[in-house]
Design a protein around this ligand. Structure first.
Ligand SMILES: [Cu+2]
Length: 284
């Protein structure tokens, strides 16, 4: 018995000392540090598909656009016991320019994806009643939430260990009415930490101009939505209340990019692009 036990211990010791392949040690490291919870939603005209409830914590929201026009996924926190039913009932009586109710708080999400495209972003979700809505108003200037693009989402308390925020190499700060990068964006893969310093709600949508298209083409299209968009939509963060932080992965290939905020102004209801919240930049 004793000899057998000793052999067993020696064999275990040898297994522990055996050199590991790189892939094995990488897998082990990944298992030891769990990443954000990944939740996927699909958007089309005019509905979302996806889970009804998700756990709280660091969450990567993935949006698949299975429609024929732009869609995004805007999370809104419903405060003071309000529900998605209250929101849907209110929307039925609202005009697109009406202010949103005070119990509705814009909480980021995944910004607009082209038809057939996918966007994603990571953020910390606290427990509570939420709705996911689409505020995109292409092609007729009527926000999609007023066409039924509203879904209830409950964020449940979670006992899972806390997950660290993604490591960002660029910070983008949103203010009234400007975008400001911590350093000049360069070609390659980045994680952009997006923070709204307000005072108003702002969004960040990143687009790349199609070959041969100009800023003038984009600004003209953004007013009328006539014809094919002169851009590829790469996502970002939908409306964020001041203080919100979100992490957006972006692979910047050479081209002409523009950061845009279409969020309606608190005072004159014009989209913030009309207040100059437009930042063109070139990746070479
Ligand atoms: Cu939509």
């Amino acid at each position: 018995m004793r000899a057998g036990a000793l052999v067993g211990i020696v064999l275990l010791g040898m297994a522990a000392c055996a050199p590991k392949k790189d892939s094995e040690s990488t897998d082990k490291a990944a298992a030891a540090t769990p990443g954000p919870n990944v939740v996927s939603f699909t958007a089309k005209e005019y509905a979302f598909q996806g889970p009804d409830s998700i756990p709280a914590g660091m969450t990567t929201v993935v949006l698949h656009n299975a429609g024929t026009v732009l869609h995004h996924l805007q999370l809104v926190r419903l405060k003071d016991g309000h529900t998605e039913a209250d929101l849907a009932a209110g929307l039925a009586h609202m005009k697109p320019t009406d202010p949103s109710p005070p119990w509705m708080e814009f909480a980021g999400g995944a910004n607009a994806a082209d038809p057939g495209g996918e966007t994603r972003a990571t953020l910390m979700l606290t427990p509570g009643n939420y709705a996911i809505i689409c505020v995109v108003d292409v092609p007729d200037h009527v926000p999609h939430m007023m066409k039924g693009m509203v879904k209830a989402l409950t964020v449940l308390p979670s006992t899972a260990p806390a997950v660290a925020a993604p490591t960002a190499d660029l910070t983008l700060t949103l203010t009234d009415y400007a975008f400001s990068f911590s350093t000049t964006p360069t070609a390659g893969k980045h994680v952009i930490k997006v923070q709204n310093h307000g005072p108003q709600v702002h969004e960040f949508e990143l687009v790349r101009l199609l070959p041969g298209k100009t800023m003038d083409d984009l600004m003209a299209w953004a007013q009328t939505y006539q014809g094919e968009p002169p851009i590829t939509s790469l996502g970002g963060t939908p409306g964020m209340t001041p203080g919100e932080v979100e992490y957006v992965p972006m692979d910047l290939t050479p081209g002409q990019y523009v950061a845009l905020c279409f969020f309606p102004d608190a005072k004159d209801h014009k989209p913030h692009i009309d207040h100059g919240m437009v930042l063109p930049f070139t990746i070479s």
